[in-house]
Design a protein around this ligand. Structure first.
Ligand code: SF4
Ligand code: SF4
Length: 131
């Protein structure tokens, strides 16, 4: 789930939890895996067994049996302070920043993105945010 942002014509997180539905694949780095295990106070091996699954791209955070990220609890992230970078960065992911069609598709998935905003607005807002 994205972090709430200051009011913006381009993006304002609505806390809907849609980006935690596990559709895109959360692929944590080894350091992120250790951080999550430490946060949950369990050994790394136990974390890997209980919360990760192998994919062709590497270990990914499991989904719940009914769907959605295993750490999503009624719209709240159980590991929020140590959630993987992809979760913290959404919707400012490289593919969305680079490709207008990805941006348009993301507007369908994320109600925090202003449907009237253009890709160039999104890029401009991001550049101002990181400068
Ligand atoms: S889908 Fe968008 S609006 Fe909903 S929680 Fe995620 S970032 Fe926020
Ligand atoms: S780790 Fe947290 S923020 Fe990331 S998809 Fe799962 S519930 Fe959402």
């Amino acid at each position: 789930m994205g972090t709430p942002e200051a009011e913006s014509p381009v993006f304002l997180c609505q806390q809907c939890g849609e980006c935690c539905q596990g559709k895109g694949g959360i692929l944590p780095t080894p350091v992120e895996i250790e951080l999550m295990a430490h946060f949950l106070k369990i050994p790394g091996a136990h974390f890997r067994r209980d919360y990760l699954e192998q994919t062709p791209l590497g270990p990914a955070v499991k989904n719940k049996p009914g769907g959605g990220c295993i750490f999503n609890e009624q719209g709240r992230c159980r590991i929020h302070p140590v959630k993987p970078r992809i979760c913290r960065d959404w919707p400012f992911l490289p593919a969305i920043l680079l490709h207008e069609n990805e941006f348009e598709a993301s507007k369908e998935a994320c109600p925090g993105l202003n449907p009237d905003s253009r890709h160039e607005d999104f890029l401009k807002w991001w550049q101002e945010k990181i400068s």
